[in-house]
Design a protein around this ligand. Structure first.
Ligand SMILES: NC(=O)c1ccc[n+]([C@@H]2O[C@H](COP(=O)([O-])OP(=O)(O)OC[C@H]3O[C@@H](n4cnc5c(N)ncnc54)[C@H](O)[C@@H]3O)[C@@H](O)[C@H]2O)c1
Length: 388
């Protein structure tokens, strides 16, 4: 800590750090980005000169020796998360770690032990759980479960008690993505681990956060663990989440659509920008501003229609130049803000080491389920391991 500011080192200054971590820390304030570290010196220098003018280092270890350093933000390839986290924890530095937490469950256990031994705050950036649209969606569903409300025209059969299936909540997560424009490193088995580990951990975590009073008990998977796949996750209270991740889509249309059905109502979140609620009287559409919006003047307003119009501008003639010009709010900034609050105030991490481990556990079970074609249990002893 220096002059009331947290002192940070960014380790890994690639695409994600430049698009999210570094601009978010800069925008939030209260943090000095003292080091930008990357084995690619040019990447480190570029980041340091653009975000705060700190020192560019090709080796991150000297940064860990700085007694004023409070935390590191790790955005390296997946296989490098563990060694960096272990070294940072050994020196008592808090860690903001990109997802997935690690490549194997055993690595996650080692990291949990190190984090606990050091007594540091640890946050895995499974950011969907911090998105304003997801918070609004969950609040509406819980509200309907507390006090069911129905449109006056709805016929309600009152002569029988509801059946168990009628009391269940189902959460559909539909991702349409475009693999032909990916960088293949995320599906390299050595450094990436495939899309289930690299990407679907986001939605496995989101489902667990959404149904947080229950634990997942059974998982069914289909498709390919490398690219397109589906997962059905059943929870102990009878609720379920279905994730459909499909790489044959297009960036011409937004990526993530969410739908919940519960207590005779439908709760729909369109791509983090608009939530619509059906089956309940008098619930207005909610819209959510973009995180980055270079087209705010050209297309005023928020919501789905505005997002599509802004998308047309971005994908127009100057598409490459406009690529980073707009981004829906998936909770990245709120996640790092929550992590910094946790350091300052001693509050819980917004996505701690257990949550990070659990998303990886489910990803590994999903890979097995996909490859064997069998439904798999989520063993309670793996979900709640005891570390002594
Ligand atoms: N939370 C999210 O929504 C989200 C989105 C995209 C990426 N990510 C995650 O961010 C991480 C980085 O992804 P990316 O797309 O920026 O990859 P990238 O390849 O663009 O950047 C990674 C950087 O790490 C550097 N690096 C590699 N080994 C290093 C080491 N030992 N020390 C320091 N630097 C090292 C590389 O030179 C590179 O510049 C991954 O874990 C990825 O899953 C998270």
């Amino acid at each position: 800590m220096k002059d009331g500011k947290l002192v940070a080192a960014q380790i890994g200054c690639g695409a994600f750090a430049r698009e999210q971590n570094l601009p978010n820390m800069t925008a939030l304030g209260g943090v000095e980005i003292r080091y930008c570290c990357d084995t690619d010196s040019a990447a480190a220098e570029k980041a340091a000169s653009k975000f705060g003018g700190g020192r560019a280092l090709a080796d991150y270890r000297p940064a860990l020796d700085d007694p004023e350093l409070d935390f590191v933000a790790v955005a390296t390839p997946h296989d490098m998360h563990k060694p960096i986290v272990l070294e940072a924890a050994k020196r008592g530095k808090h860690v903001f770690c990109e997802k997935p937490m690690a490549m194997t469950l055993e690595d996650c256990w080692e990291m949990i032990a190190a984090v606990r031994r050091a007594g540091i705050k640890f946050c895995v950036d499974l950011n969907r759980r911090m998105s304003p649209a997801m918070h609004a969606l969950k609040a509406r569903v819980l509200g309907q479960q507390r006090e069911e409300r129905h449109n006056p025209w709805r016929y309600i059969e009152k002569k029988r008690p509801p059946m168990a299936e009628e009391l269940a909540t189902n959460f559909l997560i539909r991702i349409q993505d475009e693999s032909s424009s990916y960088r293949l490193q995320h599906i390299d088995p050595m450094h990436g681990g495939g899309q289930v580990l690299g990407e679907t951990v986001h939605w496995l975590d989101l489902a667990c956060w959404f149904f947080d009073t229950q634990r997942p008990v059974r998982l069914t998977g289909w498709g390919s663990s490398r690219l397109s796949h589906g997962i059905n996750l059943e929870f102990s209270g009878g609720d379920a989440a279905t994730i459909i991740f499909d790489v044959c889509g297009t960036f011409d249309y937004p990526k993530e659509m969410y739908e919940v059905t519960s207590r005779a109502a439908l709760f729909k979140s369109l791509f983090f920008v608009e939530n619509r609620y059906y089956g309940m009287p008098g619930v207005a559409v909610e819209t959510f501003p973009l995180q980055y919006d270079s087209f705010a003047d050209a297309v005023p307003g928020d919501g789905f229609e505005a997002l599509m119009k802004k998308g047309e501008l971005r994908h127009g003639d100057d598409a490459k130049a406009n690529w980073g010009a707009m981004c829906v709010d998936k909770g990245h900034r709120a996640m790092i803000a929550g992590f910094m609050d946790a350091i300052r105030n001693g509050t819980p991490s917004p996505c701690d080491e257990m949550a990070g481990m659990r998303s990886l556990l489910l990803a590994q079970i999903a890979v097995k389920a996909i490859k064997t074609g069998h439904s798999m249990p989520v063993p309670v002893e793996d979900w709640e391991p005891v570390f002594v």
